[in-house]
Design a protein around this ligand. Sequence first.
Ligand code: RIB
Ligand code: CA
Length: 332
Amino acid sequence: GTFNNLLETYLNMSKNYWVIDTDAGVDDCQAMVLGISAMHRELIDIVGITAVAGNVGLPQALINIAQTLKSCGEENLPFYPGAVSPLVAPLKVAASIHGEDGLNNYWKLNGKSKEGLPSPQEKHAAQAIIDLANEYRGELSITTIGPLTNLALAVSLDPSLPSKLKRVLVMGGAVHALGNTSFVAEFNIKSDPEAAHIVFQKFPRIEVLPWETCIAAEHQFSYEFLEQYLSRASDKGVFIKEITKVEEGKSSVFFCDPLTLCVAVDETVAKRVEEREGHVELTGTLTRGMTVVNWGCSDEKEVNEGTGVRNLRIIEALDMQKVQELFLQSVI
Ligand code: RIB
Ligand code: CA
């Protein structure tokens, strides 16, 4: 009766429901393992994973997600096939950086069988985002760790989506113009600038973990730390070890997507946040896909031709103590 309804409402309120939207490269899989492990410790509740083409094509992304779920003993967690290409731009996968399979040739090198992997749902990722947002109205958050195509499609199909989602947490953007895919643009934004533009226009408040924060020296991981992270005998631990390439001669490494999941699991991981107005450049000859942020212009509306709305919460500093704990707990 009423008591049970109230109890259910209370329990739902205290939960931290998330969808992970991913292009399933190496650090995406690390991120999913980190999120699912946090779910096993009841810190977060992942209700769906949506796949998008980016680091790899969609079929490979689905295979990588399936293997990640299997490694985590989460074969029943629903995952959904999303966009097979960006809205306008041609798909340009990152094979030269993460291998053909996005996992540093995990499939080739380990001779792994793809049999017995869980199957994706039939529903399209964009529809799944809409349906889950309705089911967990006001309590569902989404983190995108790939191109923004699925979220752009979802908000185009359901313009009321922004009012139904609790948090939108985007890994992406080179907010200080230190690009990784062009001089000034970051991969997730540059891969599908039109989708990113739609998301930046339609969502009044987006949390952004930009490229520059991920690669900052103080957010990198030492080799001593990596030895711990990559030495666990659990299924998850072995999977993480097999996909993570450790390059000789470097004294530290950085990861992007699992840092984002740390912020999803625990908001206080974001130690310094700057609220700014930001947009995605679509037409620049040298700057298409750039995340253009107003850092200094005081009269945002008049001088900068902006809206005056600080739509971005840009995460500039992370609590690495908490990050490292979440990483290590994810492979136990
Ligand atoms: O630019 C960093 C992003 O692209 C991350 O999501 C990572 O997966 C990379 O390939
Ligand atoms: Ca990614």
